[in-house]
Ligand binder design. Structure first.
Ligand code: ADP
Ligand code: MG
Length: 728
C-alpha cells in the first residue's frame, strides 16, 4: 500500500465509529477450524490411526511421502465403512461414536467429535476405499471441503479401510511453506507409531516412507508389553526398565490404576521419553512429566533423563477428553493427587533398585574393543555402565548439565526432606564411624598396617597436599590429565596415578572395615586368569601356550583359594570353596570399579602379591586393589576425541542386496557401541569431578614421588600470563 492511500479501518481510539461485524464465509470458517484440528501432517496420521484402532483393526499400515505433505495413506483391516454412510462420512460432526452429550462421560473410543476426516477434506484431498464384511467388492469415494465429489465407485478391496490424504495444506500457503522449511514430519510420525505400537500390543503396525523398501517401524502383535518395548525401542532400553504398578481405590479422593515401565539408573539419555496413555488415549501431560523428571533428578546420581511408559486407567467420568482441539491433552479429576501418588511410587522404586546394591557382573571379554555388534543382543550383556548403581544423597548433589542448565535446577528446588529411611542409614554410618574411632581394635592390632599408614604420612609432600586440598577442578584436558587451578597456578594432573594412590591409601585406612559390592553372578577365578593371560599374550591366536596358561591359572586359583579367609576378613574379597569370586570391597563410596579390569586384578593377586611377609602382603594387595579401582579410561575408545574414527561405521562394502542388510546391522551395532562409549566416558567424567576430586581433597596424601614423576605438571602461572597480557 502506498502512502496516501486509504487504509482499512485500523482500530483507532479516536475513531468513534465501531467497525462492522460480518459473518465469515462458511468455507473460511471450516478451513480455520480444520487448521486447528490438523495442525501438521503428524496430527493427520494420529487421527487416521486412531480411527483404524476404533474400527477394531489388528493390522495398520502407514505410508508417507514428502513428510506427509504429498501423501499420507493409512490402511487397516477393521470393520470398514457402510456404503450408505459414505456420502456424509466427511461432513463436519458426523460420527458413529457419540450421539448424546452424556455419552462423552463414558467415552471409550478415541474419536467422538466427527471432525477429523472433515477437517482433512478442507485442507487436503481425501480418498477413501473401504469394504464391509460379507461384501463382494468395496467402494472408493473422493472428498473435498466436506463433500463427496461423486457417487462412490465400486472397486476391488481387501478387508478394511484405506484412507489417502494428498497435498495437505495445498490451500494454506503460509503453513505449507513453514512446514516445507522446517524439518519434515516423518521422524515425528515414526515416533508416534512407535508409541502406539507399545501400547496396542495386539495390533501390528508398519510405517514406511514412500519409495523405501524397508519399514521404519514394524511391530508384530506381541505377547507381552516388555517384548513390544524391546522390539520397538531396542534391547538397550528394554533391559534397563523397571515395572511399575500403582493403584488407588479411594472413591473420596482418587481412584486409578497405573501400569507401566520406567527406566532405572543404568539408562542414559539426554532427553525424556514420556509415553502416556490415559484410558487408552495417547495424550500429553506436562505437569506429570515434570513431576517425574524431578523425581529422577533428585534420586539418581547420573544426569540422565528418564524413559517412561505409563498407562493410566481412571473411571471415564473422571476424565474430560474434550479440552483440546486435537484431544492431545485431557483434564483429570484430582490431578494433583494422582500425580503425587505416581511420583512417590516412582521414587520408592528407584530408591529400592538403587539400594539393593546388587551389582551385575560385567561380561569379561578377551578382546577389549568389542567390535562384534551382534554380541550386544545377548540377553545378559550388561552395558559397561551396567554395574554402577550409585546413590548420592539429594543434598550432596551438584550437577552441571551444559545441555540443559536450567533443567537441572529442579534438583535443587525440590530438595526433599530426608526420608526416615535415609535418616536411618546416615545414623548407622555415623554410629559405626564413632564406634570405630572409640575402639580401633582391629586396625591397631596389626602393627604392619599402622606402619604402612605411618609411611603414607611421612612421605607426604606438603606442597602437593595443599594443592589437592585447595584446588578447583576445571575439567579433563585429555583422557588422562585433568586441569586444576590452585591460587594463581594451573596444573595438569594425572588422574590415573592420583586415583590409584588414593585407592591404595583408602584400602589401608578401611582395612578390615569394608562394605561389600555383591556380584550378582560369581565368576570363576580360573577363567578370569586365563582371560588375563590371553590379553597379555602378543599372539593370542596361537594355541601353543594354552597348556601353560591352563597350568598357571590353576596354580594361581589354588593359591588364592588358600588365602580366601584372610582376603575376606581384611579386604572383603570373597572367594568361595569352588574358586568363584563373588564379593569385592567398596573402597570409595559411590564408586564401583570398571569390572572389565577384573581379570587383570585377579592375575595380579596371583602374581604380584608377596604372601610371605605380613606387611609386604598387605601393601601389595592394597596396590593391586588400587590399580583395579583406579580411574582408567574406559576400554571403548573416546568418541569425542581420537576414538571417533573407530565408530565411523563398518568399512564400506559393495552395497549389493545380500550385504545391504548385514551392513545395516553392523551400522546399527556401531551406533549402539558409540552410545555405550559415550555414556561410559560421560559417566567417568562425572565421577572424576563429583566423586574422585571431592574424596581426594579429603583423604589423599600425595607422596613425594608425585612431585617428580609427572603426576603434577605446572602449566601456567596466571600472574605471569596477566603480565604478558598487560605488556601486550
Ligand atoms: P470420529 O472419529 O470423531 O467419529 P472422524 O472424522 O475421525 O470422527 O471419523 C468419522 C467416522 O468415520 C467415524 O465415526 C467412523 O465411523 C468412520 N471411520 C473413520 N475412519 C474409519 C476406519 N478406518 N474404519 C472404519 N470406520 C471409520
Ligand atoms: Mg476419529
Amino acid at each position: 500500500m502506498g502512502i496516501g492511500e486509504e487504509a482499512d479501518p485500523i482500530p483507532n481510539p479516536l475513531h468513534r465509529e465501531p467497525p462492522r461485524i460480518h459473518r465469515l464465509d462458511e468455507a473460511v470458517v471450516n478451513r480455520i477450524a480444520a487448521g486447528e484440528v490438523i495442525q501438521r501432517p503428524v496430527s493427520a496420521v494420529k487421527e487416521l490411526v486412531e480411527n483404524s484402532i476404533d474400527a477394531g483393526s489388528s493390522s495398520i499400515t502407514i505410508l508417507v511421502k514428502d513428510g506427509g505433505l504429498k501423501l499420507i495413506q493409512v490402511s487397516d483391516d477393521g470393520h470398514g465403512i457402510r456404503y450408505e454412510d459414505l456420502p456424509i462420512l466427511c461432513e463436519r460432526h458426523t460420527t458413529s461414536k457419540l450421539s448424546k452429550f452424556e455419552d462423552l462421560l463414558s467415552m471409550k473410543s478415541m474419536g467422538f467429535r466427527g471432525e477429523a476426516l472433515a477437517s482433512m477434506t478442507y485442507v487436503g484431498h481425501v480418498t477413501v476405499t473401504t469394504i464391509t464384511e460379507g461384501q463382494l467388492h468395496g467402494y472408493r469415494a473422493t472428498y473435498k471441503d466436506g463433500m463427496m465429489d461423486q457417487e462412490p465407485k465400486a472397486c476391488a478391496a481387501v478387508k478394511g479401510t484405506q484412507i489417502m490424504v494428498e497435498n495437505l495444506f495445498y490451500n494454506m500457503a503460509a503453513r505449507r511453506k513453514t512446514l516445507q522449511n522446517s524439518a519434515d514430519d516423518y521422524p515425528k510420525i515414526v515416533d508416534l507409531i512407535c508409541r502406539f505400537a507399545i501400547h496396542h500390543i495386539n495390533v501390528s503396525f508398519s510405517c514406511r516412507k514412500h519409495g523405501s523398501a524397508r519399514a521404519d517401524v514394524h511391530s508384530v502383535a506381541m505377547s507381552s508389553r516388555l517384548n513390544a518395548l524391546r522390539c520397538v525401542y531396542g534391547v538397550s532400553v528394554a533391559q534397563n526398565l523397571i515395572h511399575l504398578e500403582v493403584s488407588d481405590d479411594d472413591p473420596s479422593s482418587s481412584s486409578f490404576e497405573v501400569n507401566g515401565f520406567i527406566s532405572n539408573s543404568n539408562y542414559i539419555s539426554k532427553k525424556t521419553t514420556m509415553i502416556l496413555f490415559i484410558n487408552d488415549r495417547l495424550v500429553e501431560c506436562g505437569s506429570l512429566k515434570r513431576a517425574i523428571e524431578i523425581v529422577y533428578a533428585a534420586t539418581l546420581p547420573k544426569a540422565s533423563k528418564p524413559f517412561i511408559y505409563l498407562s493410566i486407567k481412571l473411571p471415564p467420568e473422571h476424565v474430560d477428553v474434550n479440552v483440546h482441539p486435537t484431544k492431545r491433552e485431557v483434564s483429570l479429576l484430582n490431578q494433583e493427587i494422582v500425580i503425587e501418588k505416581i511420583q512417590s511410587s516412582i521414587e520408592s522404586k528407584l530408591r529400592n533398585s538403587n539400594e539393593s546394591r546388587t551389582y551385575q557382573e560385567q561380561r569379561v571379554d578377551s578382546s577389549p574393543c568389542v567390535s562384534v555388534p551382534e554380541s550386544r543382543d545377548s540377553p545378559n550383556h550388561p552395558s559397561s555402565s551396567g554395574s554402577k548403581l550409585q546413590k548420592i544423597p539429594v543434598n550432596k548433589m551438584v550437577r552441571i548439565d551444559s545441555q540443559d542448565p536450567a533443567g537441572r535446577l529442579h534438583a535443587y528446588l525440590q530438595v526433599k526432606q530426608p526420608t526416615q529411611q535415609q535418616g536411618g542409614s546416615r545414623l548407622t554410618s555415623v554410629r559405626s564411624s564413632i564406634r570405630q574411632r572409640r575402639n580401633p581394635r582391629e586396625t591397631a592390632d596389626l602393627s604392619s598396617i599402622q606402619e604402612l599408614l605411618g609411611e603414607i604420612d611421612s612421605t607426604c609432600h606438603s606442597e602437593l597436599l595443599d594443592i589437592v586440598g585447595h584446588c578447583s577442578y576445571i575439567g579433563m584436558a585429555d583422557d588422562v590429565f585433568a586441569l586444576l587451578q590452585h591460587n594463581t597456578h594451573l596444573y595438569l594432573v594425572n588422574v590415573i596415578n592420583l586415583s590409584k594412590e588414593l585407592m591404595y591409601q583408602q584400602v589401608l585406612r578401611r582395612f578390615a572395615h569394608f562394605s561389600a559390592i555383591q556380584l550378582s553372578d560369581p565368576v570363576a577365578l580360573q577363567e578370569l586368569i586365563k582371560l588375563a593371560l590371553k590379553e597379555e599374550d602378543p599372539n593370542p591366536e596361537d594355541n601353543e601356550n594354552d597348556d601353560l596358561k591352563e597350568k598357571i591359572s590353576e596354580m594361581n586359583t589354588e593359591l588364592i583359594k588358600q588365602k580366601a579367609e584372610m582376603l575376606e576378613e581384611y579386604f572383603s574379597i570373597y572367594v568361595d570353596p569352588n574358586g568363584n569370586l563373588s564379593r569385592l570391597p567398596i573402597v570409595l563410596d559411590q564408586y564401583t570399579p570398571d569390572m572389565d579390569r577384573m581379570p587383570e586384578f585377579v592375575l595380579c593377586l596371583g602374581n604380584d602379591v608377596n604372601w610371605d611377609d605380613e606387611k609386604l602382603c598387605f601393601q601389595t594387595i592394597a596396590a593391586a586393589i588400587g590399580s583395579f579401582y583406579a580411574f582408567h579410561p574406559p576400554l571403548l575408545p573416546n568418541p569425542s576425541s581420537d576414538g571417533s574414527k573407530f565408530y565411523k561405521g563398518a568399512p564400506a562394502s559393495a552395497p549389493d542386496e545380500e550385504n545391504a542388510s548385514s551392513s545395516a546391522d553392523a551400522e546399527e551395532g556401531m551406533k549402539e557401541l558409540l552410545l555405550e562409549a559415550e555414556s561410559a566416558w560421560a559417566q567417568r567424567e562425572w565421577t572424576i569431578q563429583h566423586v574422585l576430586f571431592p574424596s581426594m581433597r579429603l583423604f589423599l596424601k600425595p607422596p613425594i614421588s608425585m612431585a617428580t614423576d609427572g603426576t603434577f605438571v605446572k602449566v601456567a602461572s596466571l600472574e605471569k600470563l596477566y603480565k604478558i597480557f598487560e605488556r601486550c
